[in-house]
Design a protein around this ligand. Structure first.
Ligand code: ASP
Length: 575
């Protein structure tokens, strides 16, 4: 139907007869018999000069044939790729009429997201969505290429499965053939990829869809897509290399530039220096240890397990009101209070608590934080966890650049703890998942006290970019005895383990290679690359914050016959 794409015509096409197809964008009528029409397809727009009366309205789908010509002197448009040319002597064929669109496609008008999603097919015509979805395809293709280059084989794992424990709530699907029984939709392909390793696949990958029934956020949907990978006879460092290569290929395909080496940081250092296991290293403002400065302090508020501070360069200009707001924020995050100090022009410390501190303490703070005149210093004293948490959040609030500034700063966080706290029954909770191999130097602690257990490191690692957790992975347990032992520590009885993961334990009896793997979120990576704060902007048909799809109206009730067939009855909603 067409000879060319709208956005690709330029001076080299002048004189050619072309046929173009697309949507009618902006129109300018000149009297009754002449109209300038911007014809749009996904490559861009071209101005068409249409003679004669045509009832062409916005978003009509048309085929326009005509001759490419140079635009008259003074009417070229430098902001448009095709701005030097236009199509004249046009004949127009309407392929599809259109009702007025629910929102203009060609103007940068902020449209309510609900309306955009309700008419997503119109929204998809806009530049932003076209750019984002095509970027996503580029990223997927680069990732596939990079994984295949490294010997990974794409294997599809099932969607209807028994539950995989990633720590979230399952989406379940009722079975018609076995009424009263349910499939779970995969929270990840975790167990299947491990079975692939037992099956000799050696290196597996999949651009996998994962489903988790969790509250939705800017960086979280019920269903998301991840690059999922697993490799046999591979160490943590090798997996890190495979994944770094895939991410670098994706970034290069998207931006034209390959990211530099990705540094590694232990979980412990990340927590101490940034108060977060996903540090945004685009900016400094690190947490500085001050506990030693206050070992003999007379100031009660600083007689604490841990004291740390951050320096806000130039922050001394903040008003009392702003400082009160920061204090409120610190309390909301869990601190008992926040101590602020301004460094005056002459180097003197200006703070409501200065009078309670000794000269040594004051100079100790300034020295440790390398504070300079004009700076603001914020201190929190509490138990170590609280101090890290609160200052980590304040640091982000005060220093975090917008999503599209400061470049892409990737970071591997390694040596995560095996467990994070304990559940209501006093059993430790796995930090990653129950299949993660303990750190070889810490296995002796597995027999120790609850405190010892909290100090066991694991061979788990996360990839972080600009403060977003992009993905996680680990070296896996590949021996049934150790896996049973970890299940035991987690409070999973032998019976329960057999019922839930018996197939995995059984597989391990038949020759399981050592293996390790990783998964990273493609929605998040593409959002970062597109400079979008919200992953919904890089998903063709996302759910709203409340989990609905305004376009198809899912989720919807099902009819009685369908319920009957499934052996289900719906109870009235709980009050
Ligand atoms: N299954 C894990 C996840 O989806 C990733 C991994 O350990 O490979 O988070």
């Amino acid at each position: 139907m067409r000879t060319d794409m709208c956005g690709e015509l330029d001076m080299s096409d002048v004189g050619r007869e072309v046929s173009l197809c697309g949507w009618v964008g902006r129109r300018r009528e000149h009297g009754e018999h002449l109209a300038f029409i911007d014809l749009r397809d996904h490559t861009g727009v071209i101005q068409c000069v249409v003679d004669g009366a045509h009832d062409l309205r916005s978003e009509f789908v048309v085929r326009i044939s005509g001759t490419v010509r140079h635009r008259p002197e003074g009417t070229t448009n430098a902001n448009l790729a095709t701005g030097e040319v236009e199509v004249g002597d046009c004949t127009v064929e309407v392929l599809s009429a259109a009702e007025p669109p629910p929102f203009p496609v060609d103007e940068r008008i902020d449209t309510d997201e609900g309306v955009r999603l309700r008419h997503r097919y119109v929204d998809l015509r806009r530049d932003r969505m076209q750019r984002n979805l095509r970027l996503r395809a580029t990223v997927n293709s680069a990732i596939r290429g990079a994984m295949e280059e490294q010997g990974f084989v794409e294997i599809e794992t099932p969607m209807l499965i028994a539950s995989t424990p990633e720590g979230a709530r399952d989406f379940v699907v009722p079975s018609r053939l076995k009424p009263g029984s349910f499939y779970a939709l995969p929270q990840s392909p975790q167990l299947f990829k491990q079975l692939c390793m037992v099956g000799g696949i050696d290196r597996y990958y999949q651009i996998a869809r994962c489903l988790r029934d969790e509250d939705l956020r800017a960086d979280r949907q019920f269903e998301f897509v991840q690059l999922d990978a697993e490799a046999s006879f591979a160490s943590q460092d090798e997996v890190i290399e495979f994944i770094t290569h895939a991410v670098a290929a994706a970034v290069e395909a998207a931006t034209g530039e390959r990211p530099g080496d990705v540094p590694q940081m232990t979980w412990h250092d990340a927590m101490e220096r940034f108060g977060s296991d996903k540090p945004d290293i685009r900016f400094g403002m690190e947490l500085v240890e001050l506990t030693a400065v206050f070992v003999a302090t007379e100031f009660n508020a600083f007689k604490a397990d841990c004291v740390k501070g951050i320096r806000v360069p130039g922050g001394a200009e903040r008003t009392r009101k702003q400082l009160d707001d920061l204090t409120d924020a610190a309390k909301r995050y869990g601190a008992k209070g926040l101590v602020w100090m301004k460094v005056d022009a002459d180097g003197a410390i200006n703070s409501p608590v200065a009078k309670f501190l000794s000269e040594d303490e004051l100079s100790g703070i300034v020295a440790a934080l390398e504070a300079e005149p004009g700076d603001l210093v914020l201190l929190v004293a509490d138990d170590r966890r609280t101090v890290r948490h609160v200052l980590g959040l304040l640091r982000l609030e005060l220093g975090r650049p917008p999503v599209n500034e400061g470049g892409l700063r990737f970071l591997w966080v390694v040596d995560f703890p095996l467990f994070e706290g304990v559940d209501d029954n006093g059993s430790p909770i796995p930090m990653h998942h129950p299949f993660t191999m303990p750190h070889p130097e810490d296995t002796h602690l597995l027999d120790g006290s609850p405190d010892d257990l909290q100090n066991v490191r694991s061979q788990a690692y996360d990839l972080v970019v600009n403060g977003w957790e992009l993905g996680s992975g680990s070296v896996r347990i590949h021996r049934g005895d150790l896996q049973q032992r970890i299940f035991g520590l987690l409070g999973i009885s032998e019976e329960e383990a057999r019922a839930k993961f018996g197939f995995l334990l059984e597989a391990f009896r038949y020759g399981a290679p050592p293996h390790a793997g990783f998964a990273f979120g493609i929605d998040r990576l593409v959002a970062i690359l597109a400079g979008e704060e919200n992953i919904r902007e890089v998903i063709a048909f996302p759910k709203t914050q409340s989990g609905g799809d305004p376009l198809t109206e899912a989720p919807t009730p099902i009819d009685a016959a369908q319920l009957d067939e499934l052996g289900l009855r719906v109870l009235p909603p709980k009050a």
